[in-house]
Ligand binder design. Sequence first.
Ligand code: COA
Length: 159
Amino acid sequence: MCTGVYPGSFDPITNGHIDIIERSAKLFDKLIVAVLNNHDKKSLFTTEERIMMIREATAHIPNIEVEYFCGLLMEFARLKQARVIIRGLRAVSDFEYELQMALMNKKLAEDIETVFIMTNCHYSYLSSSIVKEVASLKGCVKELVPPNVATRLRDKFAD
Ligand code: COA
């Protein structure tokens, strides 16, 4: 059984994340989408809301589990007996941060590999923050996030 972990804040999940999830789910028996439950990082959506939105938006993918994690990602991966961490790369600017994180994670867990997937070029400009900014200013985010997320963003920023 080969298990992969795709970690992130997902505040909220975007179509860029969905693209990575759909493609990486094909590479594993099970893909765990791991939502960071970090009280230090101010988030728009609670961990429960973020998990619910991801579950709804990935309901069409059979081998997905969505869970939260606290603390070290490598501890979570070990607990789940995952051998691979998936990360998406959007642009060269992502590389330095990702390299640093992958090297540190390798130091923490020699037997777990980080695998990078190039983001679909349609979504290379996307981030959760930019989506939140557009939604907060009442811009249209229909093509940027799954429909359930667009609805929740509209509700959050409703007057
Ligand atoms: N499409 C669209 N947007 C994407 C994307 C994609 N394919 N991939 C990343 N992004 C965006 C995210 O939406 C996010 O946007 P935001 O900053 O506006 O919110 C941004 O890129 C960075 O997101 P992500 O790559 O998911 O990083 P993160 O900071 O949310 O999560 C963790 C990073 C959770 C993997 C990392 O902090 C972690 O492992 N923490 C646990 C503690 C730990 O183990 N520390 C030691 C590690 S060295």
